[in-house]
Design a protein around this ligand. Sequence first.
Ligand code: ADP
Ligand code: MG
Length: 309
Amino acid sequence: VRLFGRIGTGRQARRSVRALTVAASRFAAGDLSVRVSEQAADEELARLETAFNHMADVLEERIEKAAEETRGREAFFAQVSHELRTPLTSIVGYGDLLLADARGLERIDPAERLEALETTDRNSRRLLRLVNDLLFAARVGADMLRLQHSDYDASVIARQAVDAAEPAAASAGISLYVEVPRAAPARGDAGRMTQALDNLLSNAIKFTHDRGRAGVRVRRDEDTVTFEVWDTGTGIPEEAVPHLFERFYRGPGALEAPGQGVGLGLPIARAIVEAHGGTISVETAEGEGSTFSMTIPVGVTSPEATQAT
Ligand SMILES: Nc1ncnc2c1ncn2[C@@H]1O[C@H](COP(=O)(O)OP(=O)(O)O)[C@@H](O)[C@H]1O
Ligand SMILES: [Mg+2]
């Protein structure tokens, strides 16, 4: 029985070693899912099998994470290049036309000239906005976000943000609504809060279909002010929600959505809100719409600002 057992063990040991050798070379050849079955009777060999499988688990996870990051970076560079090229191509094209006109080589009528200049203006601003967002994101990454605090009225900046978004909403066939208290005094960086509101509103418009609705609500509680930006748009699939605030993340609907973006709007809004000591969150249902909420502490407002209530 003993002899028999030893032969059996020896044969099994050889089988384990062979399986490990095969698995190691398949792994090296790129099959990251290969594992050995842990069944050696010999204690040392059994430990080796477990160690091999553990090593394979760890490596597989790391390699996949690195590949995902690379894919993300490549997609980001492709997107940024595209976002830069489209307006630049238009600027260069209209620039050539205006130059030819100015040199008397071509004749364009005043209406055409105006359109060329307006398009150039719009595209230059779009480029500037994109470059500013990229710089801002880099600064946030380096923890260099500085706020300029002052007393402001949250109702006023909400109304202004809605007014500024009106032309884009109108051309997309979306009605905008604003519900704000008569005054909502707060202390913070009004310019940055406006930027955060603009980002949320531009998403609300971009991801809402024709004849949809979107809007901003402001609520002033004891110590906080809350901005809600809502829409009756596409909503966001559950699996995308945890990634929304990651830099350069764009959801499944983003590629079809008209207009531009490189996935910086939400991370920038979050950085601004968090720099104010606040929080940002989302409630969404696919096919029904989304509501993004930013709640920030109002801070200590000066007496004049409080009197405005
Ligand atoms: N109001 C919204 N409705 C539906 N999806 C949204 C909304 N806001 C944001 N998203 C999703 O979150 C992603 C990230 O938003 P954002 O950071 O502003 O990037 P971008 O607008 O450049 O795509 C979008 O690509 C989209 O998938
Ligand atoms: Mg956006």
